[in-house]
Ligand binder design. Structure first.
Ligand SMILES: Nc1ncnc2c1ncn2[C@@H]1O[C@H](COP(=O)(O)OP(=O)(O)OP(=O)(O)O)[C@@H](O)[C@H]1O
Ligand code: NI
Length: 358
């Protein structure tokens, strides 16, 4: 998306609005608040990156949107507004139509999306039949088009092959072709390139960008990899212990990270030259497992800037500069213009009046 488009996004309608999403797992030992009051938007044609350490709640966010949370997990609150309708109110049957029809998902391991006993062609054609009513020769032609669109050579022959006959990179392309078969408006990618080598990964990212431009796809892209985020995202949400701690346009986030956690993540990248493959190096200390409603900052125990109030006030997402709705951080140090005491008071007040200030 160009900066001009980015400026327009505020006037556009979001295709997906997550509002105060809350998903927990009820294990024998404990309740894990895996996604704890998460809100964000995705606009048509935009790529929103979700980044954070392992266990921060990225995949559970994606699976909640798709209503793929199984016991002992439960979506306990919030709304998932897709084109103005709450997906959490849909029946199982309606969700099956939306999943793969309107919203498609690509996972890290392509084998989880492919059935080993059917040819790749049959699987794409089944998707075309289910979601676009295409059958016979028409479906075969479209399946070939799709394989060609994702850069699989010799498409006609490869349609008749089984998933195990494809290399890792080609398999992930086939999964993307399958995802596109239903002409989705939103594509959710959960670490789609993590298992691939760097060259193939770059090719897949390029492919996704091309497809996005052609089809005006909205993409939600989950990764650990800041280099991949720099490459593909328009906007970034940083997750920590079930919460979004910072949200900003991608350049702004890299040039001027505000949350001490984001600052730590970016500082930990050696040499600061962002390359694909740069992982989040570790910040000292462990990510806590969120078990209770937060009454404090979950990052405080690891935060170099923590002060007394961080143990007693839960920070809400707040504009880092007053009035700049495009860049928010859940940190008591913001808004930057306010003296700390006033900033803390504002967080405390917003928390008691119901979450963030949207
Ligand atoms: N089926 C489950 N049962 C119990 N806890 C779960 C289950 N699935 C996820 N969780 C917990 O929810 C939290 C968030 O997990 P999630 O998979 O969303 O993390 P993630 O950010 O995607 O991490 P990764 O980068 O490792 O994929 C973790 O603490 C995890 O242990
Ligand atoms: Ni995950």
């Amino acid at each position: 998306m160009s900066s001009q488009e980015a400026a327009l996004r505020q006037t556009d309608e979001a295709i997906l609005s997550i509002e105060n999403l809350q998903t927990s797992f009820y294990t024998d030992k404990e309740v894990i608040r895996a996604v704890d009051n998460v809100s964000f938007d995705i606009y048509p044609g935009e790529t929103v990156g979700i980044v954070g350490e392992s266990g921060s709640g990225k995949s559970v966010t994606a699976r909640s949107i798709m209503r793929l949370i199984d016991s002992p997990g439960r979506i306990e609150g919030g709304r998932v507004m897709y084109k103005g309708e709450n997906l959490l109110d849909k029946s199982k049957r309606q969700m099956r139509g939306i999943r793969g029809g309107e919203i498609a998902m690509v996972f890290q391991d392509p084998l989880t999306s492919l059935n080993p006993v059917y040819t790749v062609g049959n699987q794409i054609k089944e998707s075309l039949r289910l979601h676009r009513g295409m059958t016979g020769r028409k479906a075969t032609r479209e399946a070939i088009n799709l394989l060609e669109a994702v850069g699989i050579p010799d498409a006609q022959r490869r349609l008749r092959e089984y998933p195990h006959q494809f290399s890792g990179g080609m398999r992930q392309r086939a999964v993307i072709a399958m995802a596109l078969a239903c002409d989705p408006d939103l594509l959710i990618c959960d670490e789609p390139t993590t298992a691939l080598d760097v060259t193939i990964q770059a090719q897949i990212l390029e492919l996704l960008e091309e497809l996005q431009e052609e089809r005006d796809l909205a993409i939600m892209f989950i990764t650990h990899d800041m280099g991949v985020i720099a490459e593909i995202a328009d906007r970034v949400n940083v997750m920590y212990a079930g919460e979004i701690v910072e949200s900003a346009p991608v350049l702004e986030l890299f040039e001027s990270p505000k949350h001490p956690y984001t600052q730590g993540l970016l500082n930990s990248i050696p040499g600061h030259g962002l390359e694909e493959g740069d992982r989040l190096a570790t910040i000292e200390g462990d990510v806590p497992t969120p078990n209770e409603k937060p009454t404090y900052c979950r990052f405080a125990p690891r935060c170099p800037k923590a002060f007394d109030a961080c143990d007693t006030v839960h920070p809400v997402p707040i504009d880092v500069h007053e009035g700049d709705v495009d860049h928010r951080a859940s940190c008591l140090l913001y808004p930057e213009e306010l003296p700390t005491e006033e900033a803390v008071a504002r967080h405390r007040e917003r928390e008691t009046t119901g979450g963030d200030d949207r």
